[in-house]
Design a protein around this ligand. Structure first.
Ligand SMILES: *Cc1c(COP(=O)(O)O)cnc(C)c1O
Length: 373
């Protein structure tokens, strides 16, 4: 059996080599072209794929969030509500802009933002709700959209981890993650579903009003994105990275589906056990499995991780410390996020994983839990 890897960022290159090489060559030939054709093509392809008004590629996910927040021109100290269980970078970006992050709890089966917890935290300073579409599926958008509408708040989606996932809104309309709120942003780091070789990100603009705020609404998309790229050189995505992502985007659904098939094998291997909890599904959202994250008893999680490592199986803890505790709040206020930080474990997941490897992983997990519970 081959070594088991946690992920496989290199696989798409092997699969798409000739198309990628062509795109790179074209990018090199266009090196001195100030009109950044690769960037514009990426903007257009992503805009078509998501069916949104505007996509602005940029250099990082964090830049995309900062751009999105700056665009909204929110008052200092305004409050942005976001999940306490997730990537820490967003809270940092919010603070650097003079805004106040307010952490809400998450749901115990899908680990995404809990609308009931959000509702309790809304004050007259709240301006926005920022769900994170965690591990490959949408947050509970029906509830969050309703809340944003009744409370007149902006809804900003962190769609990094679920790019390509589809959500069925009340009424039946299906939309992709990142296209339901006013604005969305995504990181295109190598570990994300749509990935550069190095760094990249995108702002996704969904509302007409916000296009006006970007002052690009009247311009045709191409001119607008060129203007944007020229005026904000520090946040520009590199041409070669844009060229790569544009090719990979054409195959995003295929890659996402391949991971779903691998995840289904784990689901099946774990279907008869009550020793662990497999990933739960948000109603009406597809799940593209950026991670396959199980929940195990808190007393055994770290020991299980070590046991797997001793048996040549990598695993990871996303996320080991809830954001409100990193921010100095006292434990006990957001019990679900706090419990998840102690009980989650992400197992190896990528399209190249074989059933033999997955069977071995599942056997090691189950036999350890049976022996130690
Ligand atoms: C990785 C990640 C980010 C960070 O993006 P950068 O490109 O490192 O700035 C943001 N949000 C989520 C949900 C992530 O997984």
């Amino acid at each position: 059996m081959e070594d088991i890897k946690m992920g496989d960022a290199k696989a798409p290159y092997a699969a798409l080599k000739s198309e990628l090489d062509d795109a790179f060559q074209l990018a090199m030939e266009n090196m001195a072209n100030p009109d950044v054709p690769q960037v514009l093509k990426l903007a257009q392809t992503l805009q078509d794929y998501l069916q949104v008004r505007q996509v602005v590629p940029c250099s990082h996910g964090a830049d995309a969030l900062v751009l999105a927040l700056q665009t909204l021109q929110l008052p200092q100290q305004a409050e942005v509500i976001l999940p306490a269980f997730g990537d820490s970078f967003a809270a940092g970006a919010i603070k650097r802009l003079g805004l106040t992050p307010v952490f809400a709890d998450v749901l115990p089966t899908t680990f995404t933002l809990d609308p009931v917890s959000v509702a309790k935290l809304i004050t007259d300073k709240t301006v926005a709700i920022m769900p994170m579409h965690l591990f490959g599926q949408c947050a509970d958008m029906a509830q969050l959209l309703a809340l944003a509408e009744t409370q007149q708040l902006l809804l900003l989606e962190d769609t990094t981890q679920a790019l390509g996932a589809v959500y069925r809104l009340p009424g039946g309309k299906e939309q992709r993650a990142g296209t339901m709120g006013h604005l969305a942003f995504a990181s295109l780091l190598p570990t994300k579903p749509l990935a550069c070789q190095d760094e990249g990100g995108a702002v996704i603009v969904n509302s007409q009003n916000l296009c006006d705020t970007f002052q690009i609404a009247e311009l045709p998309w191409a001119t607008a994105a060129v203007q944007f790229q020229k005026t904000t050189t520090d946040t520009k995505i590199a041409n070669l990275q844009a060229a790569m992502v544009e090719v990979k985007l054409r195959y995003l659904d295929q890659f996402n589906q391949a991971r779903q098939e691998v995840a289904a094998v784990y689901d099946d291997l774990f279907k008869d056990t009550s020793l662990l909890q497999i990933p739960g599904h948000t109603p009406n959202s597809t799940l593209i499995y950026l991670q396959y994250t199980i929940k195990v008893p808190a007393t055994l999680r770290d020991k299980l991780k070590q046991h797997l490592q001793d048996n040549y199986i990598p695993s990871a803890v996303y996320y080991p410390e809830p954001l409100h505790l990193q921010d100095g709040q006292t434990p006990g206020s957001l019990p679900v996020a706090e419990e998840l930080a102690k009980t989650v474990l992400s197992l190896p997941l990528h399209a190249g994983l074989t059933v033999e490897q997955q069977t071995y992983v599942a056997q090691q997990v189950l036999s350890f839990l049976e022996k130690n519970l």
